[in-house]
Design a protein around this ligand. Structure first.
Ligand SMILES: *Cc1c(COP(=O)(O)O)cnc(C)c1O
Length: 424
């Protein structure tokens, strides 16, 4: 599509957008008396207007039934979590028995590493991306120490080449090959949180398996953003949070994927709890852990129903909108944002923004490295009701999301940035 940098063009795209009415299903934060332009759905997705009712239902059932709600609530809490795999199959590209909704993201990463990071004398390396999200870095570091190893001996970070921001797939695959005999685990994010790069999960998984290692992904910035095929790519495990693109509320319940071939393997090592135990005999309260032969076998605790109610409210909206439609619109929005940023650069003598997100491997997020005036641009955006995200030392992350952002949002953003940068 040939884009134009005019309000008329942007609003025409909005008119033609078959998903445009979904915006009305969300509360849009108000700044200075009017609706903000919310570009931080990659950080905390907005609240669906239906969420309160879903949560209220559970509060009412708790009030009415007390403990009996486990079996007599409208949606009994005993099996509450069982609604989710079906709703997430399309979003993560996995079989229902490979998916479980539980805990929070970093907790799940640790639980999965307990199963899939089993270092030996020969194989103990973890290969990951440079600049992984800090929580992931701390998880890798502490897992190494937990096994009595020195993180400096264990962790291999694949870097972008000098002066570049994107990590080449070629370099990832070569690194895995170089360390084939000593690698226990390859873990990457699906989408890097900082530059928005989508990793080639299929190729990385195949390379890890060729090397005889397990392969897992942290999908915090990928779930609900880009199409995923975890099962077909033969990924071993993955985890994600629900409060970014999945709009399920701050600190909301997270998700995990365990490939069927491992999920059914009862002898795979794991940290266990009663909710992972065989359902029929769970309440016999007997000795001897007998895991459910699906991803549910990694559950520890009974379901956090209030948080799950918020998750359900949001996933019902994804179901209604159709995930493929959301992906298509998300790509159009980020393509338009690329175009608008180039228009900003054209309007000034010296290029002021370097886009560090690869155009051919991106989701909704576009990261702008500001050559100058970064903080000023960021503050002025906020002053004008545009919420973006600032990352030291000089990166602004912008994520127009398909459920509630518009093409006109993107156009307006460009106009405001132009006003600031032209003043220099
Ligand atoms: C957002 C994010 C986290 C946050 O972890 P929580 O356990 O949900 O606090 C971790 N890792 C990545 C890659 C993230 O993007």
């Amino acid at each position: 599509m040939i884009f134009e940098n005019t309000r008329a063009f942007a609003s025409q795209l909005d008119e033609q957008d078959t998903l445009k009415h979904f915006r009305d299903k969300f509360y849009i934060p108000i700044i200075n008396g009017s609706e903000s332009i919310y570009f931080t759905g990659n950080s905390l997705g907005l609240q669906p207007k239906t969420t309160q009712d879903y949560v209220l239902n559970e509060l009412e059932d708790w009030a009415s039934f007390g403990v009996e709600g486990h079996f007599h609530a409208r949606q009994p809490w005993f099996s509450y979590h069982e609604m989710f795999p079906q709703l997430l199959t399309k979003i993560v590209g996995a079989l229902p028995e490979e998916i479980v909704v539980m805990n929070q993201l970093t907790v799940n990463l640790h639980l999965l590493m307990a199963s899939f990071y089993q270092p030996t004398k020969e194989r103990f390396k973890i290969i990951c991306e440079a600049k992984a999200f800090p929580s992931d870095q701390y998880a890798f570091e502490s897992q190494a120490k937990f096994h009595g190893l020195n993180p400096d001996d264990v962790i291999i970070e694949v870097q972008p080449r000098a002066g570049k921001h994107v990590i080449l797939t070629e370099d990832i695959l070569t690194t895995i090959k170089q360390h084939a005999n000593e690698t226990a685990l390859v873990v990457f994010s699906g989408v890097n949180y900082y530059n928005g790069q989508v990793f080639d999960m299929k190729a990385i998984t195949a390379a890890a398996h060729d090397a005889g290692a397990f392969c897992g992904f942290d999908l915090a910035h990928a779930a609900g953003n880009i199409p995923l095929q975890l099962h077909n790519w033969d990924v071993d495990f993955a985890c994600w949070c629900s409060y970014k693109y999945l709009n399920s509320g701050p600190g909301g319940v997270a998700g995990a994927y365990i490939n069927q071939k491992h999920a059914a393997n009862k002898s795979l090592k794991r940290l266990a709890g009663w909710w992972g135990h065989h359902k029929e005999s769970r309440f016999m309260m007997e000795k001897g852990f007998n895991p459910i032969p699906t991803a549910e076998g990694w559950q520890l605790s009974n379901a956090p129903v209030l948080s799950m109610a918020a998750h359900k409210a949001s996933l019902d909206i994804f179901e209604e909108a159709g995930f493929e439609n959301l992906v298509t619109k998300g790509q159009q929005l980020s393509n338009y944002l690329f175009f608008i940023i180039e228009e900003i650069n054209k309007s000034v003598e010296n290029k002021i923004i370097e886009i560090i997100t690869p155009n051919n491997a991106k989701g909704c997020q576009v990261s702008m490295l500001m050559m100058e005036k970064g903080k000023e641009v960021f503050d002025t955006l906020k002053h004008n009701g545009i919420l973006a995200d600032w990352r030291e030392p000089n990166v602004i992350r912008i994520a127009p999301v398909p459920l509630y952002n518009t093409f006109e949002d993107v156009w307006k953003f460009g106009e405001i940035v132009k006003l600031i940068v032209k003043k220099r």
